[in-house]
Design a binder for this molecule. Structure first.
Ligand code: DGY
Length: 320
């Protein structure tokens, strides 16, 4: 046992146990708290592999502390928390966990579409708070989802999985992406449109795009102004693609009708954040891929990638 794996969050023993006789494993003891920066810097200096979470900022400083690191295995499909270019420069492999979370994240995205449209959370709170005294014709009346137009920004694997769900609801599917998706067009009847046309036409504008220098703040005042007043904005990708102040104003001024958000610029978002004070916002704590099955598979894939690289083999899901 001469190789060391650092895991930045407490993971279940059952997931770690296949590796405990092969590697020295240093695991942050807390499931709920981010590994302290000082511990990360100290531990990474002796690590051959790092299993990181999307909450860990793996920047130049961390990478420079690493003396013998061969792989950073991020337990997420997104890897905007890692300076991938710098890792590449230093010969460190970066891996993510695509595919296995696609359907789970699409389920949650569609849940947000439905929950926001039908005011699910608000209506649930209303009954629990003992406010339901009478049935009335327009009590918590929301808006239909079936036969409406969904606009998917970022037609990757998860975007396509959302489109499949939308097809089941007889929705018109618009999408915008760097490149055309022939299969989504022929099998799902999805229509490729410009970003501007998508935001103008869609009843549900769904952000599925990764965060990078091209997508940062792409949903901003000008874009919200182009949307229908009845439009609902859904984001399950990354908070950084949205100018939250502009989203707040659009929601507050009735420029759009509602938002369903699983991700925020700064996570965890403070409960006093203006967005959370709005009645027309349905918010979740970044749980897109959070099912027992999928999170287990993500942790296992991260460890498999580490094991492969430490044995001198190719990882299953490299990003660089
Ligand atoms: C990811 O894996 O990037 C997701 O955001 C997790 O829910």
């Amino acid at each position: 046992m001469d190789k060391r794996i650092v895991i930045s969050r407490k993971l279940p023993e059952t997931i770690i146990s296949p590796y405990v006789n092969t590697y020295m494993i240093t695991m942050w003891p807390d499931e709920d708290k981010v590994m302290e920066r000082s511990s990360l810097l100290k531990d990474v200096s002796k690590a051959d592999a790092l299993l990181s979470m999307l909450t860990d900022k793996i920047d130049k400083e961390v990478i420079d502390h690493a003396k013998q690191l061969r792989i950073i295995a991020n337990m997420a499909v997104g890897y905007d928390n890692i300076d991938v270019d710098y890792a590449r420069e230093k010969g460190i492999v970066v891996t993510n966990t695509p595919d296995i979370l696609t359907e789970t994240t699409a389920d949650l995205t569609f849940l947000l579409v439905l929950a926001t449209a039908r005011k699910f959370v608000q209506a649930n709170r209303y009954i629990i708070d003992g406010q339901w005294k009478n049935w009335s014709p327009f009590l918590w009346a929301g808006t239909d989802v079936h036969q409406k137009t969904i606009g998917i920004v970022g037609m990757g694997r998860i975007g396509e999985a959302v489109a499949r769900r939308a097809k089941g609801f007889n929705m018109d599917i618009l999408y915008h992406n760097r490149n055309r998706k022939d299969k989504a067009e022929s099998e799902l009847g999805a229509h490729y449109v410009s970003f501007d046309r998508l935001v103008e036409k869609a009843d549900f504008v769904v952000s599925m795009t990764p965060l990078n220098e091209h997508t940062k703040d792409m949903f901003n005042e000008a874009v919200f102004k182009k949307m229908k007043k009845s439009a609902i904005f859904i984001n399950t990708s990354r908070g950084g693609v949205v100018k939250e102040k502009d989203l707040y104003e659009a929601l507050q001024n009735g420029e759009i009708a509602g938002a369903g958000l699983d991700v925020f610029k700064n996570e965890p978002i403070n409960e006093k954040h203006p967005l959370l004070q709005l009645e027309n916002v349905t918010a979740l704590p970044h749980i897109g891929s959070a099912t027992m099955e999928t999170r287990t598979a993500m942790a296992q894939l991260s460890l498999e990638n580490i094991d492969l690289v430490l044995k001198g083999k190719k990882p299953k899901t490299p990003v660089n």
